[in-house]
Design a protein around this ligand. Structure first.
Ligand SMILES: Cc1cc2nc3c(=O)[nH]c(=O)nc-3n(C[C@H](O)[C@H](O)[C@H](O)COP(=O)(O)OP(=O)(O)OC[C@H]3O[C@@H](n4cnc5c(N)ncnc54)[C@H](O)[C@@H]3O)c2cc1C
Length: 323
């Protein structure tokens, strides 16, 4: 049997949405491989949410009694389950903790690992992971030569799908290695920027790499504040990856999908992966200094020029109009 084990992260009574995507994806892939999708949840509160994963296609959910939020105990717990069962792949929804656990698990099991995976297919009865390379301009395909292959998705790469069904819940005790106690978690906090509600906004001022630096977002903040009401600031992946703005505000294939009344794009080139997240906006206005930028091909109004000059003028004009 080619079963797939998924690491599922949970916090305050809810399973992380990237983990739900990974469970859904594992269920689909396991079905094609003729195996089952199983999941593992770790730490306090895991038992409360374990059964809910059946709806996403997990046939069995392991509840491990070990400290949550750290890679060491999770590696011990997962290695125990993998060694005691019939598994061919391990899937993670992404995120830093997923990278840490996946890397540690690969070292522990002598397994192959692929990170930042954006798609997984079944070819000849085996999983093939697709990973963007060379600044996302090309896709590489990865096949595993080890007994177990570890696949760590890029955030939001896997679609959440409810397929219905029940999961058998099994408690597992974990023998913690000496290494697992080398770090302790002091505080577990909310995701930075999680309060940004870009999906519900009527007006979105979105900033891209053309802003030049993190502080460039001040111009977007000021314009959104001038619009007032239900306005918010959003971002492209390029600037989120650069650490200029929180991930919660990312629009596109690996971010959120939005459809505000007005989408104002400042310094955004209009890559297809960004377009898919905002193309349903009612009105698209783009400011870009390059007249040939792809974003102008799907904008209702295009302004060719320097955003550093245009955004402050626009902010003043909106303020004046609103009195
Ligand atoms: C699998 C995959 C998933 C992806 N998912 C996403 C996603 O979810 N969201 C997303 O956004 N991207 C995503 N990307 C990345 C995407 O391909 C682009 O790299 C990204 O959208 C580019 O961001 P940008 O427009 O901010 O930067 P750039 O492409 O660098 O564009 C910057 C623009 O700013 C303009 N500019 C520069 N200076 C100024 C100025 N002073 N005034 C006016 N204009 C100026 C430039 O002319 C340029 O057009 C993904 C890529 C892959 C491969």
């Amino acid at each position: 049997m080619a079963n797939i084990l998924v690491y599922a992260l949970h916090y305050e009574g809810a399973v992380n949405k990237n983990s739900l995507g990974a469970v859904s994806e594992a269920a689909k892939l396991a079905g094609e491989l003729g195996g089952e999708a199983h999941a593992i949840l770790i730490g306090d509160g895991a038992a409360d949410v374990a059964g809910s994963l059946g709806a996403y296609g997990a046939k069995k959910v392991f509840v491990a009694d070990a400290p949550a939020g750290l890679a060491g105990p999770a590696i011990d717990a997962m290695a125990g389950v993998l060694n005691g069962g019939d598994y061919k792949y391990v899937l993670f929804g992404g995120g830093l903790l997923g990278f840490e656990i996946g890397a540690g698990l690969a070292a522990r099991l002598g397994a192959g690992v692929a990170m930042e995976v954006t798609a997984v297919t079944v070819q000849g009865g085996e999983l093939v992971a697709e990973r963007p390379i060379l600044g996302d301009s090309s896709i590489s395909e990865i096949k595993f030569r080890s007994d177990i292959g570890i696949i760590i998705g890029r955030l939001n790469a896997f679609e959440i799908k409810q397929s219905g069904g029940d999961a058998a819940v099994e408690n597992v005790s974990v023998e913690l290695s000496a290494q697992a106690g080398k770090a302790t978690l002091r505080t577990r906090g909310e995701q930075r920027g999680a309060d940004v509600d870009i999906e519900g906004a009527d007006v979105l001022v979105a900033g891209g790499r053309g802003l030049g630096k993190a502080e460039g977002f001040d111009l977007c903040d000021q314009l959104a504040a001038a619009f007032g009401g239900n306005s918010a600031v959003a971002a492209t992946r390029a600037v989120v990856d650069a650490g200029w703005y929180p991930y919660a505000a990312q629009i596109g294939q690996t971010g959120k999908t939005v459809a505000p009344k007005l989408y104002l794009a400042a310094g955004i080139s209009g890559a297809i992966q960004h377009k898919v997240g905002m193309q349903s906006s009612e009105n698209i206005v783009a400011i870009n200094k390059d007249a040939n930028a792809p974003i102008f091909e799907f904008s209702d109004l295009g302004i060719v020029g320097d955003l550093n000059k245009i955004l402050p003028k626009l902010t003043e004009a909106i303020k004046a109009k609103k009195g």
